[in-house]
Design a protein around this ligand. Sequence first.
Ligand code: ZZB
Length: 260
Amino acid sequence: QEYTAIKLKVLEWTEEGKKEIAGKLPEGAEVFLVAATLRPETMYGQTCCFVGPKLSYGIYRVSSTEFYVCTERAARNMAFQSIFLERGVFPSVGTLQGQSLIGTLVHAPLSVHKDGVRVLPMESVLATKGTGVVTSVPSDSPDDYATVTDLAKKAEYYKIKKEWAELEIIPIIRTPSYGELTAEFLVKKMKINSPKDTKPLAEAKELAYKEGFYQGTMLIGDFKGEKVEKAKPKVREILLGKKEAFVYSEPEGHVISRSG
Ligand code: ZZB
């Protein structure tokens, strides 16, 4: 699987985050949460960034001034893709609990939300896929739509500020079947009530992927009016060119059978 790894720069740590990183980073260090996506063309619509609150993340040195936050598993993969300085080495300067990242303010490349977006909890983030960091696009990802809706509804329970989950969801892509807000359309049509409705959510995700890719037209950005199929690689090139993203690949995540 080849992902686009989006770099979300930390603008402001939480108090807990500050404690965990204290003394571990050099003066002037830039820290990025790294989110793996298959949909770079939707980055205009990022409204928050998800981490697994119970997952553990490492802080890895990319250069003397740049550091990436992701799972150790992802860092190990990156170490063989010329992302760090030395092949096979992924120098960790510390670890962070997902929970202590909740509320961190990050800059989301290309997002219309220029003042930054917040890091929020998502229980379904898999430690075994991507980087363990997921950038949220509730206009086009049913999982993200269901999660932000739930977060806003139960802000107190999640110990977040309601408004962090309520950044405006703007239309990014129009499709003939689902209109301008694919995720909202599918979640409502399929009567999905919670981020825990994993089966219908998986189905909605498949539908959204297919319709978006083959039938979608961009409503925003440098390639407004173009078909998603054409725009996708071009948006990706822009992000790569600006060093706001890099290519991250991982082997298909299957457990290798040792029987026989
Ligand atoms: C932004 C985005 C916008 C995404 C969209 C999807 C959609 P797949 O297809 O199963 O390989 N993702 C990445 N890593 C994880 C993880 N560790 N745990 C849970 N979800 C993760 O899934 C790839 C997509 O799943 C990624 O692309 C990411 O969300 C999420 F409009 O990034 B995506 C219809 C989907 N639309």
